[in-house]
Design a protein around this ligand. Structure first.
Ligand code: PMP
Length: 353
């Protein structure tokens, strides 16, 4: 029998969002925060051209995509590091700091990959409970010790959708020692509408220990291709590149990401539509009598406690897949108006059961 690392016996499993089908054949996947839109024709066209070259390895340094991102955000190319989805970049980040005894601080509940990847990297997770479904930045600052090397701040937070504001984030950053890397995970940045929720890049620019994590999976609609990136100062980006598996970002992912940056205006119009639906869904839920934290992302959060699993099952009966996190609550992605209406009907039925 081969012997494995003991941590593999206890590492939490990542449970991806599933699709479900109702008895009458309906299926609405609101469990993975994907965009409900299919890829733009211009992106599909670029992929079709790129498909003819897949007998070749991708550009390992993804030079063209790196340059496109650097130009997009007005940063040097040396400040950009890519990965196969931002979850892989998070894994690379943990590999850059991970050794026994090292602590990584993050809020809980937050993105489920943080505990999983931290365990796999051999670091100690320090989870700081949310207060009112929101990061408790004071408690997070207090949780930092001389063993802390990295802090994740998920803004907006997955799965609650809540966001931290400029003044509180700035005060937090001021309290974190310079030798601790603060990763602002902004997978949902494009959905933020509250002007007081800061763009993490404004903090990165004059703070060498702040890095921003972004993805093409959500607003840009490329979840299936796996491409995400970090923007951070040169030592951070260089370290993340160093631990990258060679050729991790495949050629079609690079091509589609470049095509998506070219078509950004069109993609951001779609984001506006999702944001309008978000407002409609949240208001309808409030009218049904639910408590729904304000959300700056493409999903809503319902704190359901012991009812979480039953709620998810009720939604599944109508073909709506939500993401249950028992025993805390469920996260529901914003989909097409039809999917959202079907979800709202299921939520109303559950409420009046
Ligand atoms: N960060 C957060 C906060 C997320 O919610 C997700 C996706 N669920 C990711 C990172 C990873 O996304 P991807 O790997 O597709 O870029």
């Amino acid at each position: 029998m081969p012997r494995f690392r003991t941590i593999l016996d206890t590492v939490p499993a990542y449970k991806p969002g599933r699709a479900v089908v109702s008895a009458d054949g309906r299926s609405y996947k609101l469990s993975s925060n994907e965009t409900p839109y299919e890829p733009l024709p211009s992106v599909v066209e670029a992929l079709a051209v790129g498909a003819r070259e897949v007998h070749r390895y991708p550009d390992p340094a993804a030079v063209r995509l790196t340059e496109a991102l650097a130009a997009r955000y007005d940063v040097p190319t040396s400040h950009v590091a890519l990965g196969a989805g931002s979850v892989t970049v998070a894994q690379q980040l943990l590999q850059t700091v991970g050794e026994p005894g090292v602590e990584v601080v993050y809020a809980w509940r937050s993105f489920e990959a943080y505990p999983l990847l931290s365990d796999l990297a051999g670091v100690t997770s320090v989870r700081v409970p949310l207060v009112d479904e929101t990061h408790d930045l004071d408690a997070m600052a207090a949780a930092i010790t001389d063993r802390t090397r990295l802090v994740f701040v998920c803004n907006p937070n997955n799965p609650t959708g809540t966001a931290v504001r400029r003044a509180e984030l700035e005060a937090f950053l001021d309290r974190v020692p310079e030798n601790v890397l603060i990763v602002l995970d902004e997978a949902y940045r494009e959905y933020v509408r509250d002007a007081d929720v800061p763009d993490g890049l404004t903090f990165y620019r004059d703070r060498p220990n702040v890095a921003v994590l972004r993805t093409f999976s959500k607003a840009y609609g490329l979840a299936g291709l796996r491409v995400g990136y970090l923007i951070g100062h040169e030592p951070v980006a260089a370290a993340v590149r160093k631990v990258m598996v060679p050729f991790a970002v495949n050629s079609l992912a690079q091509i589609a990401a470049i095509a998506s940056l070219k078509a950004e205006a069109e993609l951001l119009e779609r984001v506006d539509t999702v944001v309008k639906e978000r407002t409609r869904v949240r208001e309808a839920l409030l009218a049904q009598g639910w408590e729904v934290p304000p959300t700056e992302a493409n999903f809503v959060w319902l704190r359901l406690g012991e009812d979480t699993t039953a709620f998810a099952e009720r939604c599944a009966a109508d073909g709506v897949a939500v993401r249950p996190y028992p025993p805390d609550g469920a996260r529901i992605s914003i989909g097409t108006p039809e999917a959202n209406d079907t979800f709202l009907n299921a939520a109303a039925a559950f409420k009046s059961r």
